[in-house]
Design a protein around this ligand. Structure first.
Ligand code: ADP
Length: 414
């Protein structure tokens, strides 16, 4: 027997961060990248440049690897089914992946499984939307079932007439949802192998801005144990019922009754980046183990809390000086950059910080990420702890930061 080769469709940051996991596991790692110089192409020795919309390009690539998996969910479902029929090991299988590709399919499945959905309906006209609005109330949320990401394809609608332009363009029905009055957003990730082995990470709290994930913290502070257990059980139900292989994220809204499902992603996910530094097994390693049907790794957290802050592009084009400062200022922060050029709102990297105090680790991760992006100009913030106001109670945090800086200086001099 020989070590298998994995093929990843898509050259983004998720494929990029799978590469070190493949290297450590000793499995072959090939990328089908839409362009030369993509984040994943920069770090992979085996790169094919090709278009994932082109079935022949996908098939030719798939013939060079043992298992085909994905950095994104945009490969047409019919191509995936044709690849499967041609004998390619497509993981996750298209029958599972369609629930992450199509939000209408996902909503129907959640109802079938008895999982908590918001009120929803497929709507094909402003008249149907108005009828749904009568029941669910305005404002409501209107979504394109396919192709949305980072809030693109999600609109808050105050009256049915507002959506006329979307109906004019839409190739099929849109998804109308009740606007959930949630306390906060949560997410849970699971790994599942074709043999049916599963592993669930702790539930995280996520912070979105303009539809983009900005921060996450694991575990979600103050989440009642009973709700955390229910969510872990439910994500296992979904993964088993859908036959998920690889890792899956289930995004949730916490509500007074518990939670409702927002959406599914079947690949490593932004809300799981904390696992790179905060869990025994990262989501990237777990994804590879799962799609290859290897035994799964332990998802246990290594620290009481790990926070992740996204570096989101802003005005500053040259991030290097700020990045140097962050490395020096907080030597415990783990900085991950994606090798991308700066564009406003673009995900350029992220920072993970672990520790005992959720308020402090969150503040440190957010500051490091925002400082690199150029959106937080304060080079020496005092990170508050949860037992005091953020800016005032800095003594112990400042001390530990000073300790950290002197450790780094010692390290650099050695
Ligand atoms: P995307 O596919 O772009 O990630 P989502 O379906 O996750 O889109 O929606 C993006 C954001 O919009 C969510 O994180 C949430 O903040 C908000 N949102 C989506 N659906 C609802 C809803 N039914 N009620 C309230 N807010 C919602």
């Amino acid at each position: 027997m020989t070590f298998p080769k994995i093929g990843v469709v898509g050259g983004g940051q998720l494929a990029r961060m799978m590469a070190p996991a493949a290297e450590a596991l000793g499995v072959g790692f090939h990328v089908l990248s839409e362009a030369e110089g993509s984040p994943a192409a920069q770090v992979s020795s085996q790169v094919t440049v090709g278009d994932y919309h082109d079935y022949e390009a996908l098939l030719a690539f798939a013939r060079t690897v043992d298992v085909l998996t994905f950095d994104h969910e945009h490969v047409p479902t019919e191509h995936l089914e044709a690849l499967q029929a041609a004998g390619v090991s497509v993981q996750p299988q298209p029958q599972a992946l369609v629930h992450a590709q199509d939000k209408l399919v996902m909503r129907a499945k959640m109802d079938e499984l008895g999982l908590p959905n918001p009120a929803w309906a497929p709507v094909s006209s402003t008249a149907e939307l108005a009828a749904f609005g009568e029941r669910a109330g305005f404002p409501l949320i209107l979504k394109t079932p396919r192709g949305g990401y980072d809030g693109h394809g999600v609109r808050v609608i105050d009256s049915a007439a507002e959506a006329a332009d979307w109906f004019a363009e839409a190739p099929g029905p849109l998804l109308a949802e009740e606007k959930v009055d949630f306390a906060r957003e949560l997410a849970v990730m699971v790994g599942r192998s074709p043999s049916g082995q599963t592993a669930v990470w702790p539930v995280v709290e996520t912070y979105q801005r303009d539809g983009i994930c900005k921060e996450a913290i694991a575990p979600a502070p103050g989440l009642p144990a009973e709700l955390a257990e229910r969510i872990a059980g439910d994500v296992l139900t979904v993964a088993g019922a859908l036959g998920v292989t690889g890792v899956m994220a289930m995004e949730l809204f916490e509500t007074p009754q518990g939670y409702v499902v927002n959406e599914l992603a079947m690949r490593p996910h932004n809300t799981g980046h904390w696992t790179q530094d905060g869990s025994v097994t990262s989501q990237f390693e777990q994804h590879l183990r799962a799609v290859l049907d290897l035994p799964l790794g332990d998802p246990t957290a290594k620290a009481p809390f790990t926070a992740m802050g996204n570096v989101l592009g802003a005005e500053h084009e040259d991030l290097y000086r700020a990045y140097l400062h962050v490395l020096a200022h907080d030597p415990q922060a783990k900085v991950h950059m994606y090798g991308k050029s700066v564009r406003p709102g673009r995900k350029l990297g992220h920072v993970n910080v672990s520790g005992a105090d959720p308020v402090e680790v969150r503040a440190r991760a957010r500051h490091a990420a925002d400082y690199i992006a150029g959106t937080d100009p304060d080079p020496h913030p005092r990170h508050g702890r949860s037992d005091g106001p953020a800016r005032a109670a800095g003594a112990s945090a400042a001390e530990s930061s000073a300790r950290a800086e002197s450790t780094a200086q010692t390290g650099a001099g050695a």
